[in-house]
Write a protein that binds this ligand. Structure first.
Ligand code: ATP
Length: 361
């Protein structure tokens, strides 16, 4: 029986629409070729340009469409030249994370053969780990509420038991899934700074209590500073890492750096009832409108969406298509066949996706 899924599409700013359009075409073609699932796309307004045009960055109707959708596909958003009156950038993606309680920011870090990593890796060292960044509280909690008292400025770091328990359960279940698929040893590392901050000692206590319920997994801890070092020195030792919002923000860019840049880094923001999939990079206004944008981070995010929907709804064909999509991108990176300029190729954004399409359909 065919299952139909409603997908809310935010095209974004800058290169956002350029990488989204061919991705939606490719997903539509994959769905059309399958009798197991159908995808219906609903394009909605939001972003910096929309704010400049209308004074609203995330219209209520767009949020409602996102809330009703089975999944949300979001491209790069925000433009440095368009800001709120207080000088901060327009970021509806952060509003969506809060409104839909998307607490688990999933940032996979994979280095496949041929990837332009700055690391020198021996052939037997496989880098394939997932960083999970709490995305609704931590040091981002007081974002938007300016607290400057004369010559002093304050932010609030908030860790709650409820969100932390959900976050750790998510991380532990992901490690179990990866273990079942042979992609990891079943290890979850809680990344914190529990030696200095009581909020992180609290975070760690909650982690230990949750992890104790998963005797099939190994649970350990690492301080965030040491983690930054080890991500460079021995990244193949990690499986699933789970951390606070600000630490995760910084470490996920380090992860993207290990992968050879933002053009190859996908992400997902997942809650108990909603999930959003988005490339890690920004809207790259310096190359917008030129057909130079690498679409692979967007496509890999779309593959994560297919896999998540497939797992949630028991549609094996969607998980299989996600794996095929990922393998096609890996192959293009390995052979440097029809890739964009940032990967040393000469292909346009559309050309790079057309080549994947040719292999898959
Ligand atoms: P943000 O703060 O919104 O995440 P950023 O400051 O990290 O944005 P990006 O917009 O991600 O900046 O761009 C950083 C650099 O990476 C730019 O030189 C941009 O051209 C390049 N870049 C980003 N995404 C891509 C892509 N998909 N393809 C090619 N180059 C990219």
């Amino acid at each position: 029986m065919t299952k139909t899924f409603q997908i809310a599409v935010f095209e974004g700013d800058g290169i956002g629409p350029e990488i989204m359009a061919p991705t939606v075409d490719l997903l539509s073609a994959l769905a059309k070729a399958s009798d197991a699932y159908e995808l219906t796309f609903h394009t909605v307004n939001a972003g910096a340009q929309h704010y400049a045009d209308t004074g609203v960055s995330l219209p209520a109707r767009s949020l409602e469409t996102a809330r009703k959708a089975d999944a949300i596909l979001l491209s790069a958003m925000g433009l440095p030249s368009i800001r709120y009156p207080d000088g901060t950038e327009i970021s509806p993606q952060i509003e969506l994370r809060k409104a839909l309680h998307l607490f688990a920011g999933v940032r996979p870090v994979r280095i496949t053969p041929g990837q332009p990593t700055p690391l020198k890796l021996a052939d037997d060292k496989i880098v394939d780990f997932v960083l999970i960044r709490e995305s609704t509280e931590g040091l981002f909690y007081s974002q938007g509420s300016r607290d400057v008292r004369g010559d002093e400025a304050y932010e609030t770091l908030r860790i709650t038991r409820d969100t932390s328990e959900k976050l750790f359960r998510f991380a532990l279940k992901l490690a179990q899934q990866r273990k079942t698929k042979g992609r990891g040893p079943g290890r979850v590392t809680c990344v914190d700074k529990a030696n200095v901050f009581s909020a992180f000692a609290f975070f760690r206590e909650i982690f230990d209590a949750e992890a104790a319920k998963y005797p099939d997994l190994t649970a350990d801890h690492a301080y965030v500073d040491a983690t930054a070092l080890w991500m460079v020195e021995k990244p193949w030792t990690f499986d699933v890492m789970v951390t606070e919002n600000m630490f995760g923000d910084i470490l996920s860019d380090l992860g993207a750096g290990l992968m050879g840049g933002l053009g190859l880094a996908p992400s997902a923001d997942i809650g108990e009832h909603h999930a959003l999939f988005q490339p890690c990079h920004g809207s790259a206004p310096d190359i917008a409108g030129q057909g130079l944008a690498n679409p692979f981070a967007m496509i890999l995010s779309a593959a994560m969406m297919l896999d998540w929907l497939g797992e949630q709804h028991g549609v094996a064909a969607m998980c299989a298509d996600a794996a095929r999509l990922q393998a096609a991108v890996d192959e293009a990176i390995r052979t440097r066949d029809t890739v964009t300029r940032d990967l040393g190729g000469t292909a346009s954004t559309k050309g790079a996706v057309a080549a994947l399409s040719g292999k898959l359909l």
